[in-house]
Design a protein around this ligand. Structure first.
Ligand code: NAD
Length: 417
């Protein structure tokens, strides 16, 4: 039975969302045990040779949650707080996300517990190659496919592809989010942010609103946050605040996102953007805006601040930014929360397009990628909305209900459980 506690770990929190659905659909205990747990978890030791010749030992994780619907799929993050529990949580979210947007993958995630800002480029390359070679026995284009996440990018994927290729021969489909020159897909870089804006547009249209009337604050200005800002501004939203790990920047009139991206490129951060006011990360979350987009790390909206969130719509561009207790508080206060497994699924959707292009050795133009992305995201959103309206539940519950039942069906059809 689902039991709500304030002190849940990330994996307990994601399992709670699963359990609430399993309770409602009266899932049989055997299926429930299979879907609640992870299939395979590995921790690898990575001796990292620093440029000065010293060796530091760090640890990496890969968790494969469920493969009933296809090969395991999920990103790899480099972060000091990466842990087995967090990786499990993120892997489970990938299972539900791929099922919800109906791409033929299972769910996985990886992480290396390291602060990449302290590493040089050659050190990052050695770390990445060593990690890939140590997990290469369980990955592959039809087994488990990696992708970028926090603090990893197209360059990281290029090194991973190369390291895997040294063992298995040229295999671009073993990772997605690669540079376009190496078989990456046009549109993959922008895909997660584009998906966020596609779903948000649908949500606000259903609420009878239009982008030009709405203000937005975005926490995080990396791949997801900066693309969300750029595409939201193009759609007409007034982006009044953004932040990164160093702090935030605010302008009541709206930030010029293109100029801000230039400023970030030059200085390494969004702080001290000329003509705007400074803002800290906690204050950004509580700003009086219409739409709040957490696009950085997990668990930033908790029972400690859920009462003070003033936005009427929260779009979970990050994974697991809202704890279960906070999600309940926001729901009781009438705030619409667009869940992560829907809001940020654009990334894995275009990763699926990249993987198919690699396997077919045929590339799509960007228009086709963006058109197919919009179709997948809109279909998924409308199914979630209709389910929520039909059963009187919130969007998260509806999204989990659809996803969980798809995965359970696949597991039954295969005879897995
Ligand atoms: P990224 O490394 O490109 O960017 C992360 C951003 O968050 C940076 O601007 C960083 O400065 C900021 N940040 C880090 N710590 C912060 C803090 N304590 N306070 C405020 N800002 C902080 O990572 P990304 O790929 O943009 O991923 C962001 C989130 O989106 C993650 O939760 C990730 O799991 C999720 N996500 C990413 C993708 C993808 O395609 N990259 C897809 C789905 C979900």
């Amino acid at each position: 039975m689902a039991e709500l506690r304030d002190d849940m770990t990330p994996f307990e929190a994601v399992t709670y969302f699963f359990d609430t659905v399993a309770d409602v659909v009266e899932m049989d205990p055997a299926t429930r045990a299979v879907l609640a747990g992870t299939y395979r978890e590995i921790r690898v030791q990575i001796p990292l040779r620093r440029d000065d010749g010293s060796v530091e030992t760090v640890y990496g994780y890969r968790v494969q949650h469920n493969g009933a619907r296809g090969p395991y799929k999920g990103g790899v993050r480099y972060h000091p707080s990466a842990s087995l529990d967090e990786t499990r949580a993120l892997a489970a979210l990938m299972t539900w996300k791929t099922a919800l947007v109906d791409v033929p993958f299972g769910g996985a995630k990886g992480g290396i517990q390291v602060d990449p800002t302290t590493l040089s480029k050659p050190e990052l390359e050695r770390l990445t190659r060593r990690f890939m070679s140590q997990v290469s026995y369980i990955v592959g284009p039809h087994r488990d496919i990696m992708a970028p996440d926090v603090n990893t990018n197209a360059q990281t994927m290029a090194w991973m592809m190369d390291a895997y290729g040294q063992r298995a021969g040229h295999t671009p489909a073993v990772v997605t989010g690669k540079p376009v020159e190496l078989g990456g897909s046009l549109g993959r870089d922008a895909a997660t942010g584009r998906g966020v804006v596609i779903v948000l547009d649908e949500v606000i249209r259903d609420a009878g609103q239009s982008p030009g009337d709405l203000t937005m604050a975005i926490q995080g200005f990396g791949n997801v946050g900066s693309w969300t800002a750029r595409l939201a501004a193009e759609s007409g939203y007034r982006v009044v605040a953004v932040s990164d790990v160093k702090g935030g920047t605010f302008s009541e009139r709206g930030l010029d996102v293109e100029q801000l991206i230039g400023h970030q490129r030059q200085t390494g951060s969004v702080v001290e953007f000329p003509g705007a006011e400074p803002l800290d990360n906690a204050a950004l979350l509580e700003l009086d805006v219409d739409v709040l987009v957490p696009a950085a790390l997990g668990e930033v909206i908790t029972s400690a601040n859920a009462d003070r969130i003033r936005a009427r719509t929260v779009v979970e561009a990050a994974n697991h930014p809202v704890t279960p207790a906070a999600s309940q508080t926001l729901g009781e206060r009438g705030v619409t929360v667009v869940p992560d497994i829907l809001a940020n699924a654009g990334g894995v959707t275009v990763s699926y397009f990249e993987w198919t292009q690699n396997i077919q050795q045929f590339s799509w133009d960007e228009q086709r990628v963006n058109g197919e992305l919009a179709r997948h995201m809109t279909t998924a959103y409308r199914k979630v909305r209709d389910y929520a309206q039909g059963s009187g539940c919130d969007l998260r519950h509806a999204a989990f209900a659809i996803a969980v039942q798809r995965v359970a069906n696949a597991a039954h059809l295969r005879g897995y459980v």
